[in-house]
Write a protein that binds this ligand. Sequence first.
Ligand code: AKB
Length: 321
Amino acid sequence: MQEKNNEKILVIGACGQIGVELTAALRAKYGNENVVASDIREESKLIKGTGPFVILDAMDAEATRNLVKKEKITTIYLLAALLSATGEKNPKLAWELNMGSLRQILDLCVDEKIKLFWPSSIAVFGPTTPRENTPQRTVVEPTTMYGITKYTGELLCQYYNRRFGLDVRSVRYPGLISWKSPPGGGTTDYAVEIFYGAIKEKTYTSFLSENTYLPMMYMDDAIRATIEIMEAPAEKIKSRIAYNLSAISFSPKEIAESIKSQIPDFKISYAPDFHQPIADSWPQSIDDSVARADWGWKHEYDLEKMVADMLKNLKEKLKKG
Ligand code: AKB
């Protein structure tokens, strides 16, 4: 159901894995014309024709400011980023894009009194962090450039909130699993690729070893969490450092077994590569009790429910071609 209010939203990075689904969810809620989608890439066919779209480089402060003023934007979701695996291939660009976009948008949001969502990640944690049920507040020494940008970003967001009163909110996404739009450049991407392999070829070679446990979440839960934290009353957002967010934790072997229960002749093999040390530096599971207590976060999808939904929807999508 559409909500009547004066929200005018800008999604930056709207053609990425999260962006296309978040844009669609926000448009369904706030009205198509009230959600401006933007990306440096051409418009994704998944959102084409559903509302306004603008080509925008998230590092271009002047163009962003002009757009925000022209459209009278009240809320920004800044999703443009280089993820962990791509970030290790190009650490300089990861720093420039992830930090450059955030800095300019934080300043813009202060000037124009805009509310901001900026995603963090489990990548803020490192090998010295407790790996199981990682608490909200713990040792944070990331070893990837992506993780370094995410933790620096968290500190910046907290600084802008304390210093300038900016209403900026953030969560630490785990690996996100979705069928509508593919992920790009993450260490957790195997958990999406495996479904394509299972449906198309009944086989998949995992770039992570069989017992590599990582925190994961189905996209439906992630989108709901994003909108819920943004809609929560400000007094409930007690932490302006990103909230731990959790749903499922599994290994390649476990997800393969779950897929096998529906595709019995599916076979998985393992060829760990440069992604493995990144995964090994991250937590295996996350304690998100603070998000649950502060703004009522609750996940809906467990492994079985997620696998069933992925297989059903991805099979239909691939059939349509
Ligand atoms: C990645 O693997 O880089 C991302 C993340 C966990 O933030 N999916």
